[in-house]
Design a protein around this ligand. Structure first.
Ligand SMILES: C[S@@+](CC[C@H](N)C(=O)[O-])C[C@H]1O[C@@H](n2cnc3c(N)ncnc32)[C@H](O)[C@@H]1O
Length: 400
């Protein structure tokens, strides 16, 4: 099937699924006091799942499929629209990275960089690394491919650290310290370039797409992340087809696409559980005191709070909402209510999370179709295993 028709078909399938099952993902789980669907078979299934299995199912696309395929037809077939990951650089073109060059790069990041590098098409163009951080990707590639790279980054210190590493190893990497959202930032783009972006957040990669088509950059390799970090309250689709669909996505909806968690350590996992329980326990306290049962969010706080004392958290939360507290609230009672509510929320989230991949695919396909509109030939592939990073979708485009 020609690229264009395949991408459109994938986009239509994603749109249809997301629309059909809207009630299962377009919701705020914390605000639900009971399972929000009239689906007795699903309710029975969810209530039969032991608590200890929930996290494992949530983190494994395979287990999700095993448990829920019967309830959501076609949901698990969408990845078949991705291009198989086999048409990148031949391994011989990539020199193995020596340990001294990879020093200071975390294990997972190194695996991501390696997988990303293997998916690059052969090219002689200079490289441009968008939102580079310390420019680890650019530095390794410039060394492996013996081609110059320009790395643009907004944080002065990261530019300084990256420049120091590049000169220490005499690597042809130049840092530009600029905000990519400004005209000065976009000015680094040029038609004859191979553009690289690994984990560029919402508006940062959207800006790249818009400026790259305006500039006519030859070759793009983009791995987006944090789709919800956009200035507008609602997502503005980029492609014409996306604009024709009436899928209205709030920032809360968009966040779902990045809620995939690679297995965290037991300690972090426990803190996460405590956080949900405490937030819901406070919600129950507030409901009792005010009679208001609607959900009112609190700001996020550092994880270490949740190894402390619930009463202290409860007082902080009440202060946030300017809620006067009785002299001695029955903290224990509310903690129990929080625990029961958290068990319900975890089950609602288990179902909601089945839709994070379809939603992410929808967003990626919108980007892919946008590039096609501007004459690019586009592919969309998983460039590494989900366990290496859940943000493993790579958009590649070449202008002809
Ligand atoms: C998620 S990190 C990714 C860094 C690197 N590409 C990687 O994969 O490790 C995003 C980077 O974008 C940078 N950034 C954020 N806003 C930016 C802006 N407006 N202009 C340029 N860089 C920006 C951040 O400082 C951060 O280094």
């Amino acid at each position: 099937m020609p690229g264009n028709a395949a991408l459109q078909q994938a986009f239509d399938s994603c749109s249809a699924l997301l629309t059909q099952y809207k009630a299962y993902w377009q919701l705020v789980p914390f605000a639900c006091q009971q399972l929000p669907w009239d689906n007795p078979a699903l309710a029975e299934k969810l209530l039969s799942l032991p608590e200890q299995q929930l996290a494992a199912i949530d983190q494994s696309p395979l287990l999700q499929q095993q448990h829920f395929t019967a309830f959501f037809d076609d949901l698990f077939k969408l990845d078949s629209y991705l291009t198989p990951a086999d048409n990148g650089l031949p391994a011989s073109e990539l020199k193995p990275v020596p340990f001294w060059l990879a020093n200071g790069i975390g294990g997972r990041k190194l695996q991501q960089i390696d997988a990303f590098a293997r998916r690059l098409p052969a090219s002689t163009l200079p490289m441009l690394e968008w939102c580079a951080g310390k420019g680890h990707l650019g530095r390794l590639l410039a060394w492996q491919l013996q081609r110059p790279v320009t790395s643009i980054e907004w944080q002065q210190q990261l530019c300084a650290d990256g420049s120091a590493l590049a000169s220490q190893f005499q690597i042809p990497q130049r840092f530009v310290h600029a905000d990519v959202l400004t005209a000065e930032g976009s000015a680094v783009l040029a038609p004859q370039q191979q553009v690289l972006a690994l984990h560029a957040c919402g508006q940062l990669h959207i800006k790249l797409l818009q400026q790259a088509v305006a500039t006519g950059c030859q070759q793009l390799n983009i791995v987006p992340c944090c789709y919800h970090l956009i200035p507008d309250e609602h997502y503005q689709p980029l492609s014409t087809l996306g604009q024709q669909h009436d899928l209205v996505l709030s920032q809360h909806d968009l966040k779902l696409a990045v809620q995939g968690q690679v297995t965290a350590g037991a300690r972090i996992e426990k803190l996460r559980h405590t956080e949900v329980q405490w937030r819901l326990a406070y919600q129950a306290l507030r409901a009792d005191l005010t009679g208001e049962t609607d959900y009112r969010p609190l700001s996020s706080v550092a994880k270490h709070w949740f190894s402390g004392d619930f009463a202290e958290f409860g007082r902080w939360a009440a202060e946030q909402h300017q809620l006067p507290l009785p002299a001695v609230p029955d903290w224990q009672h509310y903690l129990q209510q929080g625990a029961a509510h958290a068990a319900l929320v975890r089950r609602i989230e288990l179902v909601r999370h089945l839709f994070r991949r379809p939603l992410e695919l929808w967003l990626m396909l919108d980007r892919a179709l946008f590039l096609e509109q501007y004459g690019y030939q586009v592919t969309l592939a998983a460039f590494c295993d989900y366990q290496v990073t859940p943000r493993n979708l790579l958009l590649q485009a070449e202008r002809h």
